[in-house]
Design a protein. Structure first.
Lengths: 237, 632
């Protein structure tokens, strides 16, 4: 049997295996590193930067950085926590997120992470960007006011559905999700059964006629904060 | 061709089938000539999807833009999804989705141009053309746009007129320029007096000047062409790498990574096919030294690339030339062809068992493509998005193959190192910075231009040589660099002290430093790729906060906000752009804090300083049709 390969995370020794990212190893050990854009089972873009950690003093995204034996990783530092709160606030103020009537409320990863990080209201100034809503498709709604550009839908459409319904268009602040048609979602080959419809962490891609079906109290993050499923592993040890 | 009137027939027809053949949507007929032009452009590059930049440029040069029909046609010819084509197309400033004038005037509105009167020039263009920036004349002849630094800070204000560069602009010249364009529609007719050196070459014929002010002992020293290459080919590749390592050559583009180490990693990497890439995407505001190298010593650059290829085991080289330097393309292409004929490129370089050839790839107006992995993405026909690392280009770069990406100047001095030896090179310069550095100096000085100094030169010496007087601030390293004050003028240019890719901007006491910082922040907001949150949103918010302060609505806490937000953007951004974009604000806060503090409302009264009461009631006033009593 090979010797256990380890690295340290906030002073704790964590086991690692070949090909694992720091985040995967931390998850396995029951330590939650906050994240938004990453998704189990598919390649991550590393676009949100919420999961940034220090690796031997240098900032890296823990979702894409390999857990190499011997590295010293820090996650719970003041500067990193401040950066994470800053990023979540940026996503709120650079969109139009009306939690009070959003269909995703209670199941939304952005909302849940904001609560977990202790954000009641953003300190950064709201930008009120103009986002559009595409309701042309009979079964799926796309609301770009809520999109956090995580890229999960882009990846899932290609890797899981064998299509290419979504991709990024524009540069910088103009970057947004485009669709594989002359503009209308209805003119693409997206169907309600597509994985690309499942993976959105926020209320930007929604199945029509399913809103508010789950009662308050039984939504994903009603029982416990986001990340508690990972931390429960640790408690069981 | 299938016609979809409603969503029902769409789902019936497509139930379960994966994407593949692209069908035109909405029942429209594709314009046959568009289809033909698209097919031709694609076929010219063997329908190779990785050549999309070349394909789009060729179509764009012919038709002027890519509309929906063209996007569909290109996607069909390349067997990709239309959204992939649209994705790439929408990334680059020089590619257009809608018709523009046959002539596009791109006026540079960078910091140095603003200092040299670009506002008056802009007003003159507006008057003469009768349009606003971002518009096209009614006859469809001329479009007018702003563009960031085009590498002409030493002869600002400057503009691109299609591929032609027009320098030393003034409002008087604008009248003449517009008249010529209206008469002839030909930007070439704007060139009356040719510049010096190869600017007057038949294949260039440009009014650009080199403005070489100080020749140093490496780049501009006497050199026998191909002496370094001959020497390199008489050594083993490993010996060549050791020579470059011993010389302690570090990258000259700004990042300063040890070149020998980069070559060593790439040589050691697994893979049959390897690449040498010359990063000629010089885009850091105020940097124009590579422009001069590409103009005056393209052979040296090609020679350096060839030596690099020999060292790492690559037979293919790519020179990624920024779109703004298209006026040099013919000269460079001719240089490559001449080297092929002379046996310096091609199957057996200098008769040895080593083959190497070079292709030029054009950029299309995106600063981020100067970042090496974004450059590689662009070479692959994608949007210029930086790639996730690891893996690094040395292991998986262009097309997933081991790739060395080096700056123009870095490759330019490689032949010198091989010719005169590592010890000679390492003996010049400073402790951790061997050799010389080309500086592109501009701004408030009598002699803007190119200066070659050994590393370790003091700022004060540069200011004196350039004829700078009453200097208040110097921006070292472009927009992503540092703003220093007089207390720093005894410091030196070196990797360990004040590092720069070459840009050095001088500001005297008449300049409004916050306006300069604002222009730099606007640049980053315009040029960031948008991939990661902290850079995409954070830079915009930093700019918003700065503007608020400049408008007199800044709160005491805003300086702390700028500091903390800037630190977070630096810490969490995915690539070098976001890791340095807060620098204009953070460095000016450090060195010129009073400039900020002066504008803050110390005692705002009952309301927060940042609250714009007039703006808040503006909508209500217009609805009610009267002034708000709150304002009285």
């Amino acid at each position: 049997m090979a010797d256990k390969q380890t690295f340290t995370l906030d002073g704790r020794e964590i086991e690692t295996a070949a090909g694992r990212s720091i985040m995967e190893a931390a998850d396995e050990a029951g330590i939650y590193i906050p994240r938004l854009c990453t998704m189990k089972g598919q390649k991550t873009l590393g676009s949100c930067r919420v999961c940034t950690v220090l690796v031997n003093g240098r900032p890296q995204a823990s979702c894409t950085q390999p857990a190499t034996p011997g590295i010293v990783v820090e996650s719970d530092t003041e500067a990193l926590n401040e950066a994470r709160r800053g990023i979540v606030e940026m996503l709120f103020v650079d969109g139009n997120h009306f939690c009070m009537f959003c269909e995703k409320s209670g199941d939304c990863e952005l909302q849940a992470l904001a609560y977990r990080l202790g954000i009641a209201a953003p300190q950064l100034p709201y930008r009120y960007p103009a986002g559009d809503v595409d309701a042309t498709h009979p079964d799926i709604l796309v609301d770009r006011n809520r999109c956090i550009l995580c890229g999960r839908c882009v990846t899932a459409s290609v890797a899981a559905d064998g299509k290419h319904v979504f991709d990024f268009i524009g540069r910088g602040s103009d970057r947004r999700i485009g669709v594989d048609s002359r503009g209308r979602l209805a003119d693409t080959d997206l169907t309600s059964a597509d994985r690309a419809v499942e993976v959105c962490p926020v209320g930007a891609i929604l199945r029509k006629r399913t809103a508010f079906a789950t009662p308050v109290g039984r939504r994903a993050y009603d029982a416990g904060p986001i990340g508690s499923d990972i931390e429960r592993k640790e408690a069981r040890r | 061709m299938l016609v979809y009137h409603d969503s029902e027939s769409l789902s019936a027809a497509h139930g379960g089938t994966a994407g593949g053949e692209q069908l035109p949507c909405g029942g429209r007929d594709m314009d046959t000539s568009i289809r033909k032009s698209a097919a031709r452009a694609c076929a010219h590059f063997h329908n190779d999807r990785t050549r999309l930049m070349d394909i789009v440029k060729e179509f764009h040069d012919e038709v002027g833009y890519l509309g929906d029909d063209a996007i569909d046609a290109v996607a069909e010819a390349l067997s990709v999804h239309r959204v992939e084509v649209e994705s790439m197309l929408s990334f680059y400033s020089f590619f257009s989705r809608s018709a523009k004038g046959k002539v596009v005037i791109r006026l540079c509105d960078d910091v140095i141009d603003r200092m040299n009167g670009v506002d008056a020039v802009a007003d003159a263009f507006r008057r003469e053309l009768g349009i606003e920036f971002g518009q096209t004349t009614e006859d469809g002849a001329i479009s007018l746009e702003y563009t960031p630094c085009i590498g002409m800070s030493d002869q600002a204000p400057a503009a691109l007129v299609n591929d032609e560069v027009v320098t030393y602009l003034s409002s008087d010249r604008v009248r003449e320029i517009v008249a010529t364009l209206r008469q002839t529609g030909n930007p070439r007719k704007l060139v009356h007096r040719l510049g010096d050196g190869n600017n007057a070459h038949d294949l260039v014929r440009s009014m650009v000047h080199n403005n070489v002010r100080r020749k140093g002992e490496v780049v501009f020293a006497e050199y026998a062409p191909n002496a370094g290459l001959a020497k390199a080919l008489s050594m083993s590749p490993v010996e060549v790498i050791n020579e470059v390592k011993t010389a302690r050559l570090r990258g000259r583009g700004g990042a300063g990574f040890p070149a020998g180490m980069k070559w060593e990693f790439t040589r050691a990497a697994e893979g049959e096919r390897k690449f040498v890439v010359c990063n000629s995407d010089e885009g850091e505001p105020g940097t124009f030294k590579d422009r001069v190298l590409l103009t005056e010593m393209p052979d040296r650059i090609f020679e350096g690339m060839t030596i690099a290829g020999y060292a790492i085991g690559a037979s293919e080289g790519l020179l990624y030339l920024r779109g703004e330097y298209a006026y040099l393309h013919r000269l460079l292409a001719d240089g490559i062809e001449k080297r092929r004929k002379a046996g310096l490129l091609g199957a057996r370089v200098l008769g040895k068992d080593f083959s190497f050839d070079i292709r030029i790839a054009m950029g299309a107006g995106a600063y981020i493509c100067g970042e090496e992995t974004a450059l590689i993405s662009s070479l692959e026909g994608l949007s210029g998005l930086p790639k996730t690392r690891p893996p690094f280009p040395a292991n998986k770069g262009y097309l997933g193959c081991p790739t060395v990406v080096n700056n123009v100047e870095t490759l330019c001095v490689v032949p010198n190192i091989l010719d005169r030896g590592a010890a000679w090179f390492a003996g010049i310069g400073a402790k951790n910075s061997s050799g010389t550095k080309l500086l592109s100096v501009a701004g408030d000085c009598a002699r803007p231009g190119i200066y070659e100094y050994p590393f370790g030169v003091k700022i004060s010496e540069i200011l004196a040589d350039a004829g700078a007087e009453d200097t208040r601030a110097v921006q070292v390293g472009g927009a992503s660099g540092q703003m220093i004050n007089a207390s720093d003028f005894g410091r030196t240019i070196s990797y360990e002290d004040l590092a720069t890719g070459g840009s050095l901007m001088i500001f005297d006491s008449s300049r409004d430093l916050l306006s300069i910082v604002k222009t730099f922040m606007e640049f980053f907001v315009e040029e960031n790729c948008g991939y990661c949150t902290p850079c995409r949103v954070g830079n915009r918010i930093l700019l918003d906060l700065l503007e608020r302060i400049m408008q007199g609505r800044g709160e005491e806490e805003d300086l702390g906000r700028l500091q903390r937000l800037g630190a977070s953007v630096r810490l969490a951004s995915r690539c070098g752009l976001g890791q340095t974009s807060p620098n204009p604000i953070l460095s000016s806060l450090e060195k010129f804090r009073p400039v900020y503090e002066r504008l803050l409302k110390k005692d705002p009264g009952a309301l927060k300083a940042s609250f714009d009461l007039a703006a808040a009631v503006a909508d209500s006033e217009s609805l009610a049709g009267r002034r708000s009593t709150v304002l009285s």
